[in-house]
Design a protein around this ligand. Structure first.
Ligand SMILES: Nc1ncnc2c1ncn2[C@@H]1O[C@H](COP(=O)(O)OP(=O)(O)OP(=O)(O)O)[C@@H](O)[C@H]1O
Length: 246
């Protein structure tokens, strides 16, 4: 469904993403992980059309979408969430969700009906309250609902679990699964490994802008290159030594 081909992004002297190639299969939940500053958000920014790659191509359903504007991509079926959630504070929760729904339902009544269905799917309550009254967990659900209301086929989730406590994370995992079950393909940036392990079929790992591993979560966690990227040089060996000595 999504194919990133040898994509690089340079900001002045900094190569934020370097020659990354990855694929997302239709109907899958895939993860994009890596240490802070690895280039994950920059990759999302390019896939969703907010930045143009310095080189390489991005294909969606086999069509070259490199450098296509975000609103055109939204209409084509790509939606993203943002790490920093900024709802329209003066609007109610349901009106915020309806902002996304207007993309395909120009009439207010239809947009609100669509927004209510999506709010229900993600377990968002307090629909008539101002969005500014929501807790962090509520805002995360609102961000999810806003993106989903555009009726995407590919949903890019940028750390939707960040800032949530363990029980809130447990509550939102089935929501992500329900979104996939409704026919939406998901690519998620996530630092919460427990969630990555339970949700993703495939994980792509980048560090310093480059791909260092790609595969099933169970293979990724044992990959010495991944352990090193997260825990520092020599970590894989130290851990192996500790395991060997009980
Ligand atoms: N617009 C920009 N201009 C200049 N440098 C940028 C820009 N956007 C990102 N960068 C730099 O590119 C690198 C990759 O950043 P990016 O936000 O993609 O990393 P990340 O993997 O998403 O990190 P995190 O997990 O901390 O969100 C960083 O060094 C960052 O400072």
């Amino acid at each position: 469904m999504l194919s990133v081909e040898a994509v690089s992004k340079r900001f002045g002297g900094l190569l934020a993403v370097s020659d990354v190639t990855m694929r997302v299969a239709p109907g899958s939940i895939s993860g994009l992980i890596g240490p802070n500053g690895a280039g994950k958000t920059t990759l999302f920014t390019m896939i969703s059309g907010f930045e143009r790659p310095t080189s390489g191509r991005i294909l969606f359903d086999g069509r070259d979408i490199t450098g296509t504007a975000p609103e055109v991509l939204a209409a084509a079926g790509i939606a993203r969430t943002f790490q920093i959630v900024q709802p329209f504070a003066g609007l109610s929760v349901i009106e915020n969700v309806a902002v996304g729904a207007y993309l395909r339902h120009p009439g207010r009544r239809e947009a609100l009906a669509r927004a209510e269905a999506v709010a229900d799917l993600v377990g968002l309550g307090s629909l008539g309250q101002p969005a500014s009254s929501l807790t962090v967990a509520g805002r995360k659900r609102l961000e999810l609902a806003r993106a989903l209301a555009t009726e995407p086929r590919l949903l890019l989730l940028d750390e939707v679990l960040a800032g949530l406590n363990p029980s809130e994370i447990r509550d939102i995992i089935p929501v992500v699964q329900a979104i996939r079950a409704s026919g939406v393909t998901i690519l998620m940036i996530e630092h919460v490994m427990q969630a990555v392990m339970s949700l993703c079929e495939h994980v792509h790992v980048i560090a310093n802008g480059q791909t260092i591993a790609s595969g099933a979560p169970s293979a990724i966690v044992g990959d010495p290159k991944v352990v090193e990227a997260y825990l520092g040089h020599g970590a894989a060996e130290r851990l192996a030594g500790r395991a060997a000595h009980g």
